[in-house]
Design a protein around this ligand. Structure first.
Ligand code: GLY
Length: 340
């Protein structure tokens, strides 16, 4: 079966992302020659696991967002020590975005940097989280506030893993795919699944290659994410990331319209693409608390100069700082999102 290969070009840190059914069987290509041991970080119920030629052990982490924590990193570091993992060895993260973020950060900090390979098993993980080297965990003050840029040696997106995903998990991934639609205008749903995922990875790879550490264009990957992160936190992570990104892009369109950056027709296009083409919810199910969400949006990592959003506009999607709360209120009104 065809396995697509997408390159993330980052000089000496360049690597490939393999996308296809059975791609996990190629994992040995990514294991460093000097590695004697591999420690697999995963969760219970992950449907695929690698078979490795070197000595390996598996450590399971919890599967809810509260386990994306410094406590889990400490637990992993202890396991690395007990297993005798050296800097020549390799950590392999097998799971969705939470697993690859945690495994990547544990590897980044173990002996100040140990190799990591990711096997993404969710659609969100494949099209976003596992590619690009962002790793990290949450603290009480916010999501992903502690972390490191740590590029993997390679990424595997094995489509066999998607066969057991729930419809909700697939929809979550589609939230990120819809984001790439707005960033490029590509009709991604016209592609078969392997080619669609490979194209999403390629779009992300191009953005990351141009701006690895998010000093510019990489921030565009956060389209819809300012409200999304706030919604995830205020719902105590009952709202999943991709669902929140879908609503966040609708909100961002309304904010952009309120700032006279885009027309009502472009807002309508967001509803059509996100709600109809991708079949995603355009509003949260729960009643929201605007003040709480606005407070959380002020804490966003992009917000170095007032409220900061990634917004559509006459020159395309770009980062806009110093957005006034009035525009957020107008966006909430337009979406008919009420106070608690
Ligand atoms: N998930 C956004 C990024 O990797 O930059």
């Amino acid at each position: 079966m065809t396995v697509h290969q997408v390159k993330v070009a980052l000089g000496e840190r360049s690597y490939s992302v393999l996308v296809g059914h059975g791609a996990i069987n190629q994992i040995d290509n990514f294991v460093p020659k000097l590695a004697k041991r591999a420690l697999v970080v995963t969760q219970k119920n992950i449907p695929i696991q690698p078979t490795l030629k070197i000595e390996s052990t598996t450590v399971f982490i919890g599967d809810t967002e509260e386990h994306k924590s410094l406590t889990t990193i400490e637990m992993l570091a202890q396991k690395f020590a007990e297993f005798g993992l050296t800097r020549n060895d390799v950590v392999i993260g097998v799971g969705g975005g939470m697993v690859t973020d945690v495994a990547g950060f544990a590897a980044a900090s173990w002996h100040r940097g140990t190799s990591v390979v990711h096997v993404a098993t969710s659609l969100v993980g494949m099209v976003d989280a596992s590619v690009g080297g962002k790793t990290g965990v949450n603290i009480a003050s916010g999501k992903n506030l502690v972390g490191a840029f740590w590029q993997p040696l390679g990424v595997i997106c094995d489509l066999d893993a998607l066969e057991t995903l729930t419809q909700r998990e697939m929809r979550c991934g589609l939230g990120e795919v819809a984001k790439y639609h707005f960033l490029t205008g590509d009709d991604l749903l016209a592609l078969e699944m392997p080619a669609r995922i490979a194209r999403c990875v390629e779009i992300k790879a191009n953005i990351v290659s141009a701006d690895e550490r998010e000093s510019g264009g990489r921030a565009l990957l956060n389209y819809g994410h300012t409200l999304a992160h706030a919604l995830e936190r205020s719902s105590n992570f009952m709202m999943a990331h991709g669902e929140a990104v879908a609503v966040g892009m609708i909100f961002a369109a309304h904010v952009a319209h309120s700032m006279k950056r885009i027309s009502q027709a472009r807002v309508d296009e967001h509803y059509r693409v996100i709600g109809e083409t991708y079949g995603l919810k355009v509003k949260p199910d729960e009643i929201i608390n605007r003040r709480e969400l606005i407070g959380l949006m002020h804490l966003d990592k992009k917000a170095v100069s007032g409220l900061t959003f990634v917004l559509d506009g006459p020159s395309g999607i770009e980062v806009v700082s110093g957005v006034s709360e009035m525009h957020l209120e107008q966006a909430f009104d337009a979406m008919r999102l009420n106070e608690k």
